[in-house]
Design a protein around this ligand. Structure first.
Ligand code: FES
Ligand code: FE2
Length: 336
């Protein structure tokens, strides 16, 4: 049964962990969970993901017999078999076979701790709590034939999820961090609209921006609409000049308080036949530029107390985000 007990060696405070455990996070690409068990980690909880005819099961990565990681095991038909003594568990985590005692009684306690899991948008999502605080935010471009959908291979950052998401939604760093990829010519940040919403933050930002290789860039206007879903997921829709539109999902999956796996989907309604590999390489390059800074930020945790860092008008999204995280009840730095 799902439990709200923080896992062993938890890097979050128990209070923060309980709040964060109520949300859905991606833990793997669906394509990566196929014919063998996959290990994942979410909020310090070690998970094994395995596919049966019922879909993907997410269980604590520990065999209840002698504690071996089930991710070392293998799929046997519609069940997962432990690598140590071969016990088999079904899609609900129930043990159905003890090879040492064929046909013998199976103790009721031989049941894995199973968490809620679902597949959406080509990702496996897990919620550790019994009652999720909400739904997985919509990303309607996946499944829309008008868009090319690219799953960017996940990236591992040695940074907190809050710092990662905040950097994704920061509009004042382009000219500095991304000067070699898509930098703005002018670092001045025009006024933009930000609202606190029931799900998090909505920001609407229009500026002159352009790829440095594009000679018309200085005269182009791009509109970026950010929807930040608490705690760590952002959706960004960029409207380019003309009818070009690109929607990006940036879901920061908190592996631990200071480790984050970044899942990203890019959907575009132009250049749909262009190379997927090139787009992935470009996204990785941009993320790499952000990662170099964010992994060095101090403190590592996002300060929720607004008095801890200095804010200017250009930081309105981040200020609203921090206020909203605080309203969830998270602690000041929200880690131990
Ligand atoms: S530890 Fe898994 S079957 Fe014994
Ligand atoms: Fe960035």
């Amino acid at each position: 049964m799902p439990s709200l007990k923080p896992p062993r060696n938890c890097t979050f405070t128990p209070g923060d962990w309980s709040i964060l455990a109520a949300y859905w996070y991606p833990v793997a690409l669906s394509a990566a969970v196929q014919d063998k068990p996959v290990a994942a980690r979410l909020l310090d909880q070690e998970l094994v993901l395995y596919r049966t005819s019922a879909g993907v099961t997410a269980a604590a990565d520990i065999c209840v017999h002698r504690g071996a990681p089930l991710s070392m095991g293998k799929l046997k038909g519609d069940r997962i078999a432990c690598a140590y003594h071969g016990y088999c568990y079904d899609q609900a985590g129930q043990c159905t076979e003890i090879p040492a005692h064929p046909g013998g009684l199976i103790p009721a306690k031989l049941h894995l701790q199973v968490f809620q899991a679902k597949e959406l948008y080509g990702l496996v999502w897990v919620c550790l709590a019994d009652s999720p605080a909400g739904e997985v935010p919509a990303f309607p471009e996946v499944g829309d034939a008008g868009y090319q959908i690219v799953h960017v291979p996940p990236l591992d950052w040695a940074a907190s999820a809050g710092r990662q998401v905040e950097s994704f939604c920061d509009v004042a760093h382009f000219a500095f961090v991304h000067e070699n990829t898509f930098a703005v010519r002018d670092p001045a940040v025009p006024r933009y609209e930000v609202q606190a919403t029931p799900y998090g933050v909505h920001a609407d930002f229009t500026s002159n921006v352009g790829n440095v290789t594009d000679p018309d860039a200085a005269t182009q206007t791009w509109r970026r609409v950010y929807d930040l879903h608490l705690p760590f997921l952002a959706r960004l829709v960029i409207d380019f000049p003309g009818a070009g539109q690109q929607a990006l999902l940036n879901a920061a999956s908190p592996v631990s308080a200071r480790r984050t796996r970044v899942f990203s989907i890019v959907a575009r309604n132009f250049d749909r036949d262009k190379s997927v590999d090139e787009l992935i390489a470009f996204q990785h390059r941009i993320y790499g530029e952000d990662q170099a800074i964010v992994e060095r930020q101090n403190p590592e945790d996002l300060p929720i107390d607004l008095g801890e860092e200095v804010h200017v008008r250009a930081d309105l999204t981040s200020v609203t985000y921090r206020r909203q995280l605080g309203a969830l009840g998270l602690g000041r730095g929200f880690t131990a």
